[in-house]
Write a protein that binds this ligand. Structure first.
Ligand SMILES: Nc1ncnc2c1ncn2[C@@H]1O[C@H](COP(=O)(O)OP(=O)(O)OP(=O)(O)O)[C@@H](O)[C@H]1O
Length: 259
């Protein structure tokens, strides 16, 4: 992909977040281009989740800007940010454990295409069309994630790897342009991680989304990402291709404690 010619989807400039004097993220800037797969890496506590929380409206920056397609999203509610096309997964599972696999995805799809109370009561053509479109989308995502056979199972009963893929299906069901994945490979074995990498590429190709992956699994990051940003103690220490990042002395220093 030629990044020069692709549009910037999301841009952060000078983003800073402190918690009671501890600066979790300092002066963060990045441009995420359409259809890119980008990794954000860094040692524990370097600010990766803080960045996702700021972009998705879970917390507010002390300073700096976040623009989605040129429009500021700072201060918007999480639901408004979802409606603008930003979806995420979390480090720990946030599935509706007691709902079925299909219901988890349907619930998320309805966030993007809500059915009004009047439509629900009248059950007219528009209602039926919406419900059918939502079901079709959910079926398509379950199929993509290899979860069709599990659709009727209670989500909490799924094997761990399936739960992680269900979380991605649920995020995709909101119809995002930007998908933020927080440690999607955590707890997966190396085979499951390979399947996940292929799926993330398929998702990008099929839906044209931009994907940001926060991950400690370096093999996944290096194999999957076109660009990587490295954070250490809340600061950006470098951005580059996997090769550039691997060779960067500051990255070695951040991970190994010496250059
Ligand atoms: N809600 C909070 N209140 C206080 N401190 C916080 C809060 N959230 C994050 N921090 C602190 O901010 C710093 C950055 O945390 P963050 O979770 O963003 O790091 P991370 O890179 O995602 O780490 P990990 O790889 O361990 O998930 C850490 O020192 C953390 O303790």
């Amino acid at each position: 992909m030629d990044r020069q010619s692709s549009r910037v989807l999301l841009r952060t400039v000078g983003l800073t977040k402190a918690f009671r004097g501890l600066v979790a993220l300092r002066d963060h800037s990045i441009e995420l281009h359409e259809r890119e797969i980008i990794g954000v890496i860094g040692p524990n506590g370097s600010g990766k989740s803080t960045l996702f929380n700021l972009i998705t409206g879970f917390s507010q920056p002390n300073s700096g800007s976040i623009e989605m397609e040129g429009r500021s999203i700072v201060g918007l509610r999480t639901s408004q940010i979802v409606a603008m096309g930003i979806a995420r997964t979390f480090q720990g599972s946030r599935l509706f454990g007691s709902l079925s696999v299909a219901q988890n995805v349907l619930t998320a799809a309805q966030l993007r295409h809500p059915v009004g109370a009047a439509d629900t009561v009248l059950r007219g053509r528009r209602y039926r069309e919406r419900v059918a479109a939502t079901r079709q989308k959910a079926d398509e995502l379950l199929d993509l994630m290899g979860l069709t056979d599990q659709a009727g199972r209670v989500a909490a009963d799924l094997p761990y790897g399936d739960q992680r893929r269900l979380e991605i299906a649920r995020a995709l069901a909101t119809g995002p342009q930007l998908l933020l994945l927080d440690e999607p490979a955590a707890g997966l074995d190396s085979n499951e991680t390979k399947v996940l990498a292929a799926l993330i590429r398929t998702i990008r190709d099929r839906y044209g989304v931009t994907v940001v992956v926060v991950e400690h699994d370096m093999d996944l990051i290096m194999a999957l990402c076109e660009r990587i940003q490295v954070l250490a103690t809340g600061e950006v220490i470098c951005v580059g291709t996997p090769e550039q990042v691997r060779e960067h002395p500051k990255v070695r220093e951040a991970y190994l404690g010496h250059a």
